[in-house]
Unconditional design. Structure first.
Length: 134
């Protein structure tokens, strides 16, 4: 999204192993203008650990906390154009999202999931803090 400063480094560095070899290197969040008001532009920085070939997990990014509820789902990184399985160790990709959310949103919920017979399986639910709320 246009509102997020284009950077090769996340504003918030995590380097957190989420499971299945998937690493959330970090994220950046910026205010954005959307059709009916304010929103958030979010960049997620993904990589995989050496020796892993992750399954093709889908991504759900949602607002949490006191802000207006918003959600964006993707079949994989980069609008589903890349899969986690296609990533190689040492490679980082940047994945962009725009959420219709208010500036009072203090946290985001990141979920990696996949469809299973009869429902969904979550790999992880991770809270991402917005601003100085951490």
């Amino acid at each position: 999204p246009a509102g997020v400063a284009q950077s090769r480094q996340p504003e918030v560095v995590l380097d957190r192993l989420l499971g299945d070899g998937i690493v959330l290197r970090g994220y950046s969040v910026a205010d954005a203008t959307v059709a009916d008001g304010n929103g958030l532009d979010v960049l997620l920085f993904w990589s995989v650990r050496e020796g892993f070939t992750p399954a093709n997990w889908s991504i759900s990014l949602r607002t949490a906390g006191d802000g207006r509820a918003a959600q964006q789902d993707s079949p994989g990184p980069v609008f589903g154009l890349r899969s986690f399985a296609s990533l190689q160790a040492g490679q980082t990709i940047v994945d962009a999202y725009r959420l219709d959310a208010t500036a009072s949103t203090d946290e985001l919920l990141l979920i990696l999931y996949r469809a299973k017979e009869g429902g969904f399986e979550n790999l992880v639910e991770e809270t991402l803090w917005v601003g100085d709320s951490e």
